[in-house]
Design a protein. Structure first.
Length: 581
């Protein structure tokens, strides 16, 4: 093996790792909504969690990525530690899919059909289809499929390049002696753990082992301990991602480590006893692509079968290692570790945006109540909701901008844009709630009383604003298009109502029934109530636009007013409901 073979090996390894990363990212983006639905179905049921971890890892082709995702979920409070344990175990089985795909490279036969199954036969076709879809297709979904094909083709070309580069090692005595040394189980486990820890992917390190096995110098006796070590090495990624997280997130990372260490200790002991006592002939035979894939699957499935019934003990073990503090730990609102998984990061944003929406709606509702029944507790609650809304809006805006800088699908990009617009409107509703509170406090401090007519008019306006806020909240939280369609006609009624109330106020001023200072407060109240309705209109408009895959809000509202019969009917209903005699 000369310097050119070394360079070819490095190039093949780089292509292999790049292809795996490219394919995994594209699979993740294309399966975004499926990933979300899988997570929504998570329960404390062991089988459900196991299958979820298996499916997610099978899709994104990386147990490390799944485990890092799980650490992020636990850190954000989206998943309990008990759920995480089952998902992590499932991820260990799901990661074996890659080895089976790579094992196709070891197919040897004179049969034409079987030869077509070899990656060297069909990957050029996949690459051609992939580049065609990626460059010439206008569909985002087809582009992602093209990227998946290109990633897989790159991965397999890299694998083939590595196999060719190391083929000369079959005649190198030192190389044979190296793998004879790895027949010592402890050294094999250490070698597998170090290699996987460096490249942070057990799938990639299994692929490298399969490439080395193509020389015929890697026996099953050396390969099996290395495979065991690779499962320990893959824990490095999750452990690094848990630095600075909550205690439960660190526990999830340690569960991954202990699961693989305990499984390795148990099966390595069994392997050593079998090797010493029975001395199976197969351990001295040369490992094959398929054989390594089989060993990898057997090891991970057996570990899971042994430890799944003992998941409760694993949970107790990590609680001993990372004990609870008396001080209650604060769960972070948004975890930046999830940015590597945009669909899940977006789901996390949606949860926090829902919290922001509820804070704003509660604050508005309380501010309307406080106009007629002031209490210090209610005032404090309104200000607290406004502070939370500000905090959430600031964090969400920053997080969504960071998320948009990642490579995400068009649908996820549009969802992020919708959230950015809507959270700003909900935050402004909170601001108007505090402004209404300020008007109520000014009236109280200066002992200003509204006339009975003004009180009656204000109650009608408040009822209309309360309803439009509830409709906007329902439309956003439940993607309810029926509720969203009712917002704009009601907002039009509120606009007209505001003008009528202003005119009536001027009449009272002229008749001397109302003071000038009360008039200023009256004007402020009407302005804040009407602008609250405007923000509700924006929120409902965004929900409707997203359903129509159109983000031109003003055009949608204009079309709704001009040509929608349902709009005219709803407008008439609300006009009668909130009429002032």
């Amino acid at each position: 093996m000369d310097i050119f073979d070394v360079l070819a090996l490095i190039g093949g390894l780089c292509l292999f790792l790049f292809g795996m990363n490219l394919m995994g990212d594209a699979l993740e983006r294309s399966a975004g909504n499926k990933l979300r639905s899988l997570l929504e179905k998570l329960t404390t049921n062991k089988a459900a969690g196991l299958l979820t971890g298996l499916a997610v890892t099978g899709v994104i082709q990386s147990s490390s990525a799944t485990t890092v995702m799980v650490v992020g979920f636990v850190n954000s409070g989206l998943m309990t530690l008990k759920q995480a344990i089952n998902v992590i175990m499932g991820a260990n089985i799901g990661t074996t899919v890659t080895a089976w795909l790579l094992s196709l490279g070891g197919i040897e036969s004179d049969n034409l059909f079987i030869q077509l199954l070899k990656p060297t036969s069909f990957t050029p076709v996949l690459a051609l289809i992939g580049i065609g879809l990626h460059m010439f297709s206008k569909s985002d979904k087809k582009k992602e499929i093209g990227t998946i094909f290109l990633g897989f083709a790159t991965l397999m070309f890299g694998m083939d390049a590595m196999s060719d580069a190391v083929s000369g090692l079959r005649d190198v005595p030192q190389f044979q002696e190296l793998f004879i040394m790895f027949k010592n189980p402890i050294l094999g486990v250490i070698a597998g753990a170090i290699l996987t820890g460096i490249i942070q992917s057990s799938s990639a390190s299994v692929g490298i082992l399969q490439a080395l096995a193509s020389t015929g110098q890697v026996s099953f006796g050396a390969a099996v301990p290395i495979i065991m070590g690779q499962n320990i090495g893959t824990c490095v990624t999750a452990l690094l991602s848990s630095v600075g997280t909550s205690k439960n997130a660190r526990r999830a990372a340690f569960v991954h480590l202990f699961f693989n260490i305990i499984g390795t200790v148990i099966l390595l002991t069994v392997f050593s006893i079998v090797s010493a006592v029975l001395q199976p002939v197969i351990l001295n035979e040369s490992a094959t692509y398929m054989g390594i894939a089989v060993c990898h699957s057997i090891f991970n499935i057996t570990c899971t079968a042994i430890l799944l019934p003992m998941s409760g003990l694993l949970e107790k073990l990590v609680y001993k290692l990372v004990p609870e503090d008396r001080k209650e730990e604060e769960t972070p609102l948004l975890d930046e570790r999830l940015l590597v998984t945009p669909p899940i990061a977006l789901e996390q944003c949606a949860h926090r945006a829902a919290d922001l929406a509820n804070f704003a709606a509660d604050g508005l509702s309380n501010s309307l109540k406080i106009l007629s029944a002031y209490t210090p507790e209610l005032a404090a609650s309104i200000r607290e909701n406004e502070e939370k809304s500000d905090q959430y809006e600031d964090l969400l805006s920053t997080y969504l901008v960071k998320l948009s800088s990642h490579q995400i699908s068009v649908s996820d990009s549009e969802e992020a844009a919708k959230l950015l617009k809507i959270i700003g409107d909900f935050e402004r509703i909170s601001d108007h709630s505090v402004n209404i509170l300020a008007s109520a406090e000014e009236m109280r401090e200066k002992n200003i009383q509204l006339t009975p007519a003004a009180v009656k008019e204000l109650s009608v306006m408040c009822a209309a604003v309360q309803e439009v806020t509830n409709l906007a909240l329902t439309a956003f939280l439940h993607n309810d298009l029926a509720a969203a369609a009712k917002v704009e006609p009601l907002e039009e009624v509120i606009d007209k109502l505001r003008e009528k109330l202003r005119s009536r106020h001027i009449q009272r001023l002229q008749q001397g029934d109302c003071s000038i200072i009360a008039g200023f407060i009256w004007s402020d109240l009407l302005t804040n109530l009407e602008r609250t309705a405007d923000h509700c209109s924006n929120i409902a408009g965004c929900v409707i636009d997203m359903a129509d895959e159109n983000l031109n809000l003003h055009e949608s509202l204009r079309e709704m007013r001009d040509s929608n019969e349902d709009f005219k009917k709803s407008y008439q209903v609300y006009r009668e409901k909130y009429s002032i005699v």
